[in-house]
Design a protein around this ligand. Structure first.
Ligand code: THU
Length: 132
C-alpha cells in the first residue's frame, strides 16, 4: 500500500505543534476506515510531564470525535530526525490499547524523506495487554 497521502497529512500536522520547550516538532496522521484522516501534533506544557505526543493527540482526537478502535487503519508519524521517527514507549502502550498487532505504523523523517513501514507488533512485542 502507498502511504504517501498519510505521510503528507502527518507533515501538515507539524504546522500545529505547540513545542516551545523542546522545539522538536512531531506530526501524526491517523487513517480511518471511512477515509478520514485525523491529524495529531505534540502539545507541550511548562510542566513537562503534561505534554501530549503527536501520536496520542491523533488517537485521542479521533476517539473524542466518536470514532472507535475498529475504525483505525494506519498511523503515520513524522519529525525532523536522521532516521524515520518511532513512537515513544508511552505512545506504544496507547497504540496497544486501540490498534491490532498487524496495524501498519508508517515512520517518516522530513530530513531525508525516508520512510519505514512497521506494524504495532514490531514496535511493541510482549506488551502489557491483559489482566489475565
Ligand atoms: N514526541 C512525540 O510527539 N512523539 C514521540 O513519539 C516522541 C516524542 C514529542 C514529545 C515532546 O513534545 C517532544 O517530542 C520531545 O520529546
Amino acid at each position: 500500500m502507498d502511504y504517501q497521502h498519510l505521510i503528507t497529512a502527518a507533515v501538515k500536522a507539524l504546522e500545529h505543534t505547540y513545542s516551545p520547550y523542546s522545539k522538536f516538532r512531531v506530526g501524526a496522521a491517523l487513517l480511518l476506515k471511512d477515509g478520514t484522516i485525523v491529524l495529531g501534533a505534540n502539545i507541550e506544557n511548562i510542566s513537562f510531564g503534561a505534554t501530549n505526543c503527536a501520536e496520542r493527540s491523533a488517537i485521542f482526537s479521533a476517539l473524542s470525535q466518536g470514532y472507535k478502535a475498529s475504525d483505525f487503519v494506519a498511523l503515520a508519524v513524522t519529525g525532523d530526525t536522521e532516521e524515520p521517527i518511532a513512537p515513544c514507549c508511552i505512545c506504544r502502550q496507547v497504540l496497544v490499547e486501540f490498534f491490532k498487532p498487524t496495524t501498519p505504523i508508517i515512520l517518516h523523517t522530513t530530513k531525508t524523506n525516508k520512510q519505514k513501514v512497521v506494524t504495532l507488533g514490531d514496535l511493541a512485542p510482549y506488551s502489557f495487554s491483559s489482566f489475565e
